[in-house]
Design a protein around this ligand. Structure first.
Ligand SMILES: Cc1ncc(COP(=O)(O)O)c(C=O)c1O
Length: 410
């Protein structure tokens, strides 16, 4: 018999995660995750499920009864919404302004949608007129758009899109993975019918749980497709006439029965992730609007510091998210060398980028628990040293000085 392969106890190196997510988890969330298991129908646990729904309504600023968690990373939430909302042949308009718009297009296509996409140069967002023209031309049943595209650092304003969709009885879905907890999300005021997110960015939880919310317009649509698993069907239940949702795990109709008063079994809720989500959102709500101010101040200070070092901030600054900043990589600088040195010598992770921006920008995250003055200053000081090591002559100390000045103004 061969000797089993065993490894040392887990001991991850200490890191300051200043990329576009995941970011450092708030210690209170880690503590919540170490709480004991409960059975999924234990009244103590179903009470935690209900409390999580109450907290999600507040963070999403909505009255939507249907505000709960999908077990899986943020794309599980995206996929749940799209596979449950889209019936084969539905026309879906996807405005793309970065990597995650392409993801929506791909998932909508897999759901059998007739997808129409319009594209914007990365680093910009759409004007309301551009969206309205596309809606008039293509007459979609659903518009699916990313709120904050982490790949480009841009946030697409949603209020006008919401109003134009509602006026035409089009359903609007938006991916708020990068923004929930870092920017105010006004689901009801913006008239967004459905939203989804993740924990690992501005909510400072671990990846693996996706908070979603959707209104009765979406619930009615989904219930019109409700088919129950044979083994859990209550007597007398008749399947709906609409096309069956082609995923079991992401079937929103069955998930509503699990999270709602019917408490009909579906999956086994991921207990520790529910604890994590409940704690992450609770912490964010306790901080209130000051949280958004904290993100904006960090972004302002970071940008001031980077510019004082002679670097350029990527993209249209009016629509930049406060929680992630794109930095144009200066000519001749070894982009991967700088990131590796930041990690190995300073223990700081900053992000690379995708697609047309690969090798052109770094992305520095100031999200959630990590979004603090001392981290902004440490990151700037480390970047200053790494850039000088690779031959870019930033005026020594200028970055930190400018960030300190920005913080003292605010
Ligand atoms: C805007 C956006 N949507 C979706 C995702 C996918 O999230 P996950 O990797 O948690 O599935 C990400 C991840 O970075 C994202 O930034």
């Amino acid at each position: 018999m061969s000797t089993p392969e065993v490894f040392a106890e887990l001991d991850p190196p200490p890191r300051l995660l200043m990329g576009p997510g995941p970011v450092g988890v708030d210690p209170r969330v880690l503590r919540a995750m170490s709480m004991p298991m409960l059975g999924q129908f234990d009244p103590a646990f179903t009470a935690y499920m209900n409390e999580t729904m109450v907290l999600l309504r507040q963070i999403y600023r909505t009255k939507n009864q249907w505000s709960f968690l999908i077990d899986g990373t943020a794309r599980a939430g995206v996929e749940t919404m799209l596979v449950s909302m889209i019936s084969p042949g539905d026309k879906v308009l996807v405005p793309i302004f970065g990597r995650f718009g392409h993801l929506l297009t791909e998932i909508a296509g897999r759901c059998g949608a007739e997808v129409v996409s319009i594209e914007r140069e990365w680093g910009t967002v759409f004007t309301p007129d551009e969206i309205e023209d596309a809606i008039k031309k293509h007459k979609p049943r659903i518009v699916a758009v990313v709120h904050g595209d982490t790949s480009t650092t841009m946030a697409q304003p949603l209020a006008e899109i919401g109003a134009m969709c509602r006026a035409r009885d089009i359903l609007l879905y938006s991916d708020a993975t990068a923004t929930l907890g870092g920017m105010a999300i006004e689901t009801d005021r913006w008239q967004v019918d459905a939203m989804s997110s993740g924990l690992q960015k501005c909510l400072s939880g671990p990846p693996g749980s996706s908070p979603i919310t959707f209104n009765e317009r979406v619930a009615d649509l989904v219930n019109g497709r409700k088919h129950l698993e044979a083994g859990i069907k209550p007597p007398g239940f008749v399947d709906a006439n609409g096309p069956r949702i082609p995923s079991n795990y992401f079937d929103l109709a069955m998930l509503m029965d699990y999270w709602g008063p019917n408490r009909l079994n579906h999956h086994t809720e991921a207990t520790s992730m529910l604890y994590a989500a409940r704690e992450s959102v609770r912490i964010a709500l306790m901080e209130g609007d000051a949280r958004f101010v904290r993100h904006q101040r960090a972004s302002d200070a970071l940008c001031a510091g980077l510019q004082a070092m002679g670097l350029t901030i990527f993209g249209d600054q009016k629509n930049k998210m406060p929680n992630v900043t794109g930095v144009v990589i200066p000519n001749g600088v070894n982009a991967d060398g700088v990131r590796t040195m930041m990690l190995n010598d300073f223990g700081i992770e900053i992000g690379t980028s995708f697609g047309p921006l690969h090798g052109k920008i770094w992305r520095i995250g100031t999200m959630g628990y990590v979004c603090r003055k001392e981290n902004v200053l440490t990151c700037l000081a480390a970047l200053d040293a790494c850039l000088r090591h690779f031959g870019f002559k930033a005026p020594p100390g200028a970055g930190v000085d400018a960030a300190l000045a920005s913080y003292s103004k605010a």
